[in-house]
Design a protein around this ligand. Structure first.
Ligand code: NAP
Length: 239
């Protein structure tokens, strides 16, 4: 079985756990990040779209020229920064958040569909979302906007794909809270920028943050069972 997995933001956290688990299961993995720590990494700043777009286009074209039995693309790279009301943040940081969290995964998904549409392989596009897609958080307005927008974009891709001869199954996934650098960044934020910060200190103190390795195994198990696009997989309650 020739199985290809494309993972954005696989240098650490949940993405790195996906890379390790998928490689252990025999998948060929290609990972996209700035740190690019793996032999399978493509070094790219997904927030710098003018430069990263052609890199992604060329890499996906190269991979799509080969035969595959199964192809998985995981839209995982994201940032909370800048945390705090946007009125207090530099415009470049405000727009930079949306470049990485919304525009980059929209572009990645478009290129994935473009290059792999003709493949008869089982094809899955998984957007790693968040509870922040479904409700607002003071201080996370950009992250909330991007996650909500991307979830609905992915739902729309699923509808578009339903009529294709070889559809891409597009789904959203809520991983729940995990013990990663993203959570450390939340706890390091002052209450002025993030009024709910104490709750996140409490989640860590209560041992509620799951290891990303645990979550990656749960998510990959759920993705293996997907038979149609458009769904929202909530792994937050899996314990
Ligand atoms: N942690 C949680 O509790 C939690 C909860 C709900 C949802 N999520 C979601 O789960 C996913 C993974 O989160 P995580 O906690 O594992 O985050 P993380 O530890 O902060 O890792 C983020 C990943 O994104 C990559 N990334 C960030 N900026 C990038 C850029 N400009 N270009 C390319 N890659 C970039 C990072 O790689 P480089 O820095 O090397 O570029 C890194 O590999 C995210 O979508 C997040 O929104 C997390």
């Amino acid at each position: 079985m020739a199985r290809l997995a494309l993972i954005t933001g696989g240098s650490r956290g949940l993405g790195a756990a996906f890379v390790a688990q998928l490689q252990a299961e025999g998948w060929e993995v290609v990972e996209f990040s700035r740190a690019a720590p793996h032999a399978c990494s493509v070094k790219v700043d997904l927030g710098a779209l003018a430069a990263s777009g052609p890199v992604l286009d060329a890499k996906l074209a190269e991979l799509a020229a080969r035969d595959w039995d199964e192809v998985l693309a995981v839209l995982n790279a994201a940032t909370l920064a800048p945390i705090g009301p946007t009125a207090r943040k530099p415009p470049a940081e405000v727009l930079g958040n949306l470049d990485l969290n919304l525009k980059a995964p929209v572009l990645f998904a478009a290129l994935f569909v473009k290059h792999f549409q003709r493949h008869a392989a089982r094809k899955l596009l998984a957007n790693i979302s968040s509870g922040a897609a479904l409700k607002g958080y003071a201080g996370w307005s950009l992250y909330c906007a991007a996650k909500a927008g991307l979830e609905n974009h992915v739902r729309s891709i699923a509808l578009e794909q339903a009529g294709e001869a070889h559809p891409v199954l597009a789904v959203n996934v809520d991983p729940g809270v995990m013990d990663t650098e993203m959570q450390a960044a939340i706890r390091a934020t002052g209450i002025d920028d993030f009024p709910a910060v104490e709750r996140f200190h409490g989640l860590q103190a209560a041992g509620m943050l799951r290891a990303p390795e645990t979550v990656a195994v749960i998510i990959l198990g759920e993705l293996a069972r997907v038979t149609e696009g458009g769904g929202r997989i909530d792994t937050a309650t899996h314990r």
